[in-house]
Design a protein around this ligand. Sequence first.
Ligand SMILES: *Cc1c(COP(=O)(O)O)cnc(C)c1O
Length: 371
Amino acid sequence: MLDFIPDNPYILLTPGPLSTSKGVRAALLRDWCTWDADYNETIVQNIRRRLVAIATADTGSYTAVLMQGSGSFAVEACLGTALPKNGRVLILTNGAYGKRIVEMARVLEIAHTEMALSETVAPSTGELQAALDCDPDITHVAIVHCETTTGILNPVEELAGIVKAAGKTLIVDAMSSFGGIPFDIGRLGIDFLASSSNKCIQGVPGFGFVIAKRDALEQCAGNARSLCMDLVGQWREMDKSGKWRYTSPTHVVRAFYQALDELEAEGGVTARHARYEENHRILVDGMRGLGFETLLPDDLQSPIITSFLYPDAKFDFKVFYEAVKAKGFVLYPGKISQADTFRIGNIGEVYPQDMKRLIEAVREVAVTSEK
Ligand SMILES: *Cc1c(COP(=O)(O)O)cnc(C)c1O
């Protein structure tokens, strides 16, 4: 039925964007008016309700606000709206996305403290507690859930417990984990969670979203440092009828609605997580079988994206990348300073048989380049 949609020339193992289904790409093919209920109510409001339902069983306490732009725009809108003028945010960093939040705070002139860790170390509850104890001015804490820089999975449940016990507002960048790893933000007490259209929900890029505790968001009126990035402004307009304040990325939004249907058809977040785990297991077992080592120990590793060390000093990633791409798989360069790595993501419209084909492709490339 979807034969009219062309096959992709390669699979993106690069979240994100990531590979999407033909159904999602087919949903892009018509125009929408943004003032009628067929778009605002049927699509936008429905998406907002479904995002909250994915995030928590406590649907009454939370709301979802969609924001034009890539995922970083949603994180920045969240930070710039959540922090009052006299607030101070403690930012836990062990990779580029945590560092990006620090950069946002600097640009927005938000008072901040960085708790900087090595890229291969997860923050501990003890360190977080100590950081909170030594600075009573801290009002907010920002944590990255899956730090896509390395693939490390930060222990958000334990950390959230410390933040909430201390009575601070908690902001989580769950960009690359939301929809792919089950957790309940209501149970963890997360006040603001940011993610985007083109990660584990498997839509196409074009907007981000923040799932916020209603009470917390209510208190943020007047905080925003930017008109367009004002999460409260967007929420107030969107909550009335599903209309975005400024032009909404209609095609992307409709494709995201389809992606949510496909997530449900797959069996929800639990089933998607199981597929990602399986993809990841085949990837890591296969790569280890070919002599590659992972950067992280298994207990810190997420089932989203994995960093592999260059096998030896002669390894030329560019050559390897081009050869694997020619076989239909796009890998991701490394992003860390401490070691020479490259990354392979396993989220998106990617299945265990694709990961098996990938391992075969890597085997062939490795054998050829040894000659
Ligand atoms: C993808 C990602 C982002 C957002 O990146 P954009 O390029 O702005 O979409 C932010 N944080 C994490 C952890 C991510 O994986």
